[in-house]
Write a protein that binds this ligand. Sequence first.
Ligand code: MRU
Length: 353
Amino acid sequence: MSVKWELPPTLKWENDKLLLIDQTRLPEELVFIECSIPQEVAECIKTMKVRGAPAIGVAAAFGMFLSIKDFEGDVDLLFEKLEETAELLRSTRPTAYNLFWAIERMLQRARDMQGEETGKAKEALFEEAMRMWEEDIEVNRAIGRNGSRFIKDGANVLTICNAGSLATVWFGTALGIIRSAIEEGKKIHVYACETRPRLQGILTVFELLEDNIPVTLITDFMAGYLMSKGKVDVVVTGADRVARNGDVANKIGTYTLAVLAKSHDIPFIVAAPLSSIDINIATGADIPIEEREKEEVLSIKGKRLITEDVDVINPAFDVTPSRLITAIVTERGVCSPPFEESVPAIFHKQGGR
Ligand code: MRU
């Protein structure tokens, strides 16, 4: 079935600038913000104007290119400049592996160009960022095709945060699986957890409404109630970083959903591109978890709930141990338990990334 999906790409290169949908202004208005220098890209990542692991990875790749776009010196100095920008971009958010993967891929391309003319190196780096942009859409499409088998016709699917088009260049990972199932003619209904404190569930609802996909917004702690009533057939989430043993860091609350899903015998599916797999990290215990500012918890949509003197914690992610996961869907295929075997196997198949 051919379906027209409504959202434009989350980021695009236009007139020598990186344009990003400003996600902090959704759902009220869909506007693009322009970045001409890497500092602006870094700021957009930090403040979550652009968010979602694959989207921040591709944004960072263009941020790297922006730092050398007008550079005229020799290639050695160009490399130094890129190293500096890499430092800046790496310091924005610690958990999503795609950010580090994308920066390293740009640095590697620059290393490959040592000894070439500056103009040629710049061209190669631009092409690399563009390739990552294009690949991200292909990867999401492939994750969708590989994952749609987990969604039966008529299914009620529960998701958290936003692992949709907005979290990627386009199409989405977890929502990509849902979109693919719909393209196959299946009727799907989605429960979207609102995802306190940053409310990315609202972005999910916005996306699904744009595409006429039936969706019900719930607060995060309604998930267990719905499961106990038999109203959830499958949970599908994204991933920010996957360890070698299949433990998954994703939005805070994901672990709670996985425990609940296990207790109700509901399949728990993680959609993750290979660029989210950190093969050098043995278990989820080694994944750095971002701690964000307390104001995000103290307020809702700019309205302060209580005095700032109150103690607050605000971890942006949690780790779901692989024993709670039914499958990890990548663009290269599906990993099943035992994940300590299937994750490295899929990662290294055809020579890794
Ligand atoms: O803090 P965010 O909004 O960047 O967190 C995003 C998530 O947790 C997503 O589930 C994850 O990045 C996967 S997006 C395809």
